[in-house]
Design a protein around this ligand. Sequence first.
Ligand code: ZN
Length: 177
Amino acid sequence: MSAKKMRKKAFVIDASAIFNGVLSHNLLGKKYLPQCVTYEIEGMYRGEALLEEIAVKKDVIITIPDKTAFTEVNNQANETGDIAELSECDMNVVAIAYELQLKNNLVEIITDDYDIQNLANHMGISYKGIYWKGITWVHEYTWICTGCRFKSKKQMDTCFECGSSMKKKVQRKKKRS
Ligand SMILES: [Zn+2]
């Protein structure tokens, strides 16, 4: 007999994934839905119908993260600066995934939210998007002076204020078309 244990596959689903049709996908494994996400779904177009669909699915578990996991996620989001873009519910999504991963599940967050993906990536948690059509990424470049912090939207090698070298920064912004 093999002593090898199979790691259980667990998906954590957010509101964007529900909205983009994840319920019709055939995900093999347990699906965890943060309780706060059900409130977000309530307010969506076809929200009631979606909640009914969830209620009849036996493999969808509605849950809340434990406090320790949430605090850890909150700290990490503070560190990366993602906290400004993340709602409390977004952090619930990541916290549940983090908790399941600690319990040795093979976790994947299903989300089309770039900010959640970014934090998951930082914390070493896998994620997958559902629907990319209609979302484009805009790269914005800023040149920042390493001396006086002067900012420019145009490429500059040296700062005309103080002569220090300029550093290029890239920002990715979500744009729905
Ligand atoms: Zn300068």
